[in-house]
Design a protein around this ligand. Structure first.
Ligand SMILES: NC(=O)c1ccc[n+]([C@@H]2O[C@H](COP(=O)([O-])OP(=O)(O)OC[C@H]3O[C@@H](n4cnc5c(N)ncnc54)[C@H](OP(=O)(O)O)[C@@H]3O)[C@@H](O)[C@H]2O)c1
Length: 319
């Protein structure tokens, strides 16, 4: 594993990090995700990404992670970077959603309890809140850092202009924004339109989520929708209607380029993100140890020729 510096901070993150959004909830198989966590750590994945609502049931991924941490990793806490977030709906009523100080700080307390931790390494505002003043949301992140309940602050899915402002506000509160977590993959390139430049300018790390487009940029759906897939499962965020003929046709052609590079499609999709030095770490999800092993091999070849990049762009831009 290589570790890349996260913006201008003291932290280095593994080029591949593991997210627990799917496959670690109360509906999933403990022995499977326990093995995934072990393999990940053994392979140098030191960063594990959670959020208050990961499951289903919401909160169960944090609970499960907490149990495994206690059982298997109790003496390894200082070797791990653990993150959590608040910003999407978590509990009923007006205080369990979006970006108020009330929501963020009580949610962080709940997350720490569920994971049985004294602190998380990164606490994120999970999404921008159009109605709460940015000063209030950033103030809550700063407060979490002052209290020692989080070592660093992060933001997720903030557009470029709001990111700039959020970073300034945090700075005024003497807290550096460590990292931004945007959706970014070959199928979703919005960050190339200004956000990556802002992150570079302001010295903030970038950890793209859903780099495999929830499985669409893997070989999983090339021959139909398997029953053991996120799209097929009723609780999966990827819906059957998201598996469109257009996306599968593009994935098949990208797969041909991947094969020429001696990579699987998922390996190429990860490498394609890591070719950019502004990307600190790629945040993958997996439902098995085999998928994890497959994806880790992406790190064997992160270089693309100009010709390969042109061919990929051509496929991605085609209407
Ligand atoms: N900040 C945010 O708002 C936000 C939003 C979403 C996600 N995230 C974070 O990003 C993490 C990753 O998101 P994601 O799970 O959507 O990422 P992803 O890496 O795009 O998709 C993961 C899924 O792709 C399939 N897959 C992975 N490797 C494969 C392989 N080698 N061969 C075949 N299929 C493979 C698996 O699907 P199957 O399960 O069908 O096997 C796996 O569950 C999350 O866990 C979370 O931490 C953050």
């Amino acid at each position: 594993m290589n570790y890349r510096r996260c913006g201008k901070s003291g932290i280095r993150l593994p080029e591949i990090s593991l997210g627990l959004w799917h496959n670690f909830g109360s509906v999933d198989v403990v022995e499977n995700f326990r093995k995934i966590l072990w393999r990940a750590f053994d392979k140098g994945i030191t960063h594990f990404d959670l959020a208050n609502n990961y499951g289903p049931l919401p909160g169960s991924a944090e609970e499960n992670f907490g149990i495994i941490l206690k059982k298997d990793f109790s003496n390894l806490r200082d070797e791990m970077i653990i993150s959590t977030k608040a910003g999407w709906e978590m509990w009923p009523g007006p205080y369990g959603n979006f970006g108020s100080r009330k929501y963020l700080l009580s949610s962080l307390d709940q997350s720490l309890k569920r994971m049985n931790l004294e602190y998380v390494d990164i606490f994120y505002s999970h999404r921008p809140d159009p109605e709460t003043p940015l000063e209030e949301t950033m103030g809550a992140l700063a407060q979490a850092v002052y209290q020692g309940k989080a070592l660093y602050a992060g933001i997720s899915s903030y557009p470029a202009d709001l990111t700039k402002r959020a970073v300034e506000i945090l700075k005024e509160m003497h807290v550096n924004c460590l990292i931004h977590q945007p959706k970014y993959s070959m199928f979703n390139r919005w960050v190339e339109n200004g956000l990556l430049d802002v992150l570079k300018e302001t010295g903030i790390g970038c950890i793209p989520f859903s780099p495999l487009e929830q499985g669409l940029l893997t070989e999983k759906y090339l021959k139909g929708i398997p029953v053991d897939s996120r799209a097929y499962k009723p609780h999966g965020f990827l819906k059957i209607e998201d598996v469109t003929a257009e996306r599968i046709s593009k994935a098949k052609r990208l797969n041909e380029i991947a094969a020429e590079r001696n990579q699987s499609l998922s390996q190429m999709a990860i490498a394609w993100l890591l070719k950019d030095a502004r990307v600190t770490s790629v945040l993958i999800g997996v439902s098995s140890v085999d998928q994890l092993d497959d994806n880790l091999k992406a790190l064997n070849n992160l270089n693309f020729s100009g010709e390969e990049l042109k061919k990929i762009d051509y496929i991605l831009n085609e209407k």
